[in-house]
Design a protein around this ligand. Structure first.
Ligand code: 5RP
Length: 223
C-alpha cells in the first residue's frame, strides 16, 4: 500500500464522522484533499463546509460544496484535517502546508477534531518535523532570534526565491532541532512571543480521534 493509498483510506474512513445536515470544518493538505474528494461524493448529506485555507475553499467549491464564512457559524460538530506529526496523546505538529493559523481557528470552533494521516506521522515525540510558526512580516527577525534562544534553528520559508506569503499575508518560520518535552507548554511559550501569529503545535487543543493509515488498514485512536 502506498502512502497515498493510506491517505485515501483514512479519508474514506473519516466520512463516518460527517454529521448529516451539518457544516463540516475541513483542513488543508494532501490528506485533506482526499477527504474533500470523498465529501464531494456525499455532498447532498451536508449543509456545507468551513475551509481552513483558500486552496481548500477552492477544492470544496469545485465539488459543488457550499463554503461558509466562519463568522456565520457558532459551532460545528467536527473538524477533519491531516497532520505532519501526531503523538499517541493526540498532540500534533501542523503547518507543513502553511495553513496552521486558519486550521487552529476552525478547529477551535469544532466539538471534535478528527486527525487523518498515514501511519508514518505517528511519533513518540514531536519535533523531527520542523515546527512552523506564522509571523507578522515586520517581526520576522526578532521572532527568529527568540526562537533561536529557545534552542531551535529558525529558517524563513521561501518560495520562488522570496518569503512564502500565507493566506493571511504573513510569513512562516520553520524551526528545526527543537527539543519538545512538553508540547502544550511550548505552544503557550511560542504563542506568547510578540509578532507570532500562531505556532503549529496543536497540543492544548489536540485531536480527539486519530485515523491512521497502515498496511493492515485504518487504525483508530481515541485521545
Ligand atoms: C497544512 C497542514 C497539513 O495538515 C499537514 O501539512 C499534513 O499535510 P499532508 O496531508 O499533505 O501530509 O497542517 O498546513
Amino acid at each position: 500500500m502506498t502512502q497515498d493509498e493510506m491517505k485515501q483510506a483514512v479519508a474514506r474512513a473519516a466520512i463516518d464522522y460527517v454529521v448529516t445536515g451539518e457544516i463540516i470544518g475541513v483542513g488543508t493538505g494532501s490528506t485533506a484533499n482526499f477527504f474533500i474528494d470523498e465529501l464531494g461524493k456525499i455532498k447532498e448529506r451536508i449543509k456545507g463546509a468551513v475551509a481552513s485555507s483558500e486552496a481548500t475553499a477552492e477544492r470544496l467549491r469545485s465539488h459543488g460544496i457550499t463554503v461558509f464564512d466562519l463568522n456565520d457559524i457558532d459551532t460545528m460538530s467536527v473538524y477533519i484535517d491531516g497532520a505532519d506529526e501526531i503523538t499517541a496523546q493526540g498532540a500534533m505538529i501542523k503547518g507543513g502546508g502553511a495553513a496552521l493559523t486558519r486550521e487552529k481557528i476552525v478547529a477551535s470552533v469544532a466539538k471534535q477534531f478528527v486527525c487523518i494521516a498515514d501511519g508514518s506521522k505517528l511519533v513518540d515525540k514531536l519535533g523531527a518535523f520542523p515546527l512552523p510558526v506564522e509571523v507578522i512580516p515586520m517581526a520576522q527577525a526578532v521572532v527568529a532570534r527568540k526562537l533561536a534562544a529557545l534552542g531551535g534553528e529558525p529558517r524563513l520559508r521561501v518560495k520562488d526565491g522570496k518569503p512564502m506569503v500565507t493566506d493571511n499575508g504573513c510569513y512562516i518560520i520553520d524551526v528545526l532541532g527543537l527539543q519538545i518535552q512538553d508540547p502544550a507548554v511550548l505552544e503557550a511559550q511560542i504563542n506568547d512571543i510578540v509578532g507570532v501569529v500562531t505556532v503549529g503545535l496543536f497540543a492544548r487543543r489536540g485531536a480527539n480521534i486519530g485515523l491512521l493509515g497502515t498496511v493492515d488498514g485504518v487504525k483508530r485512536l481515541n485521545f
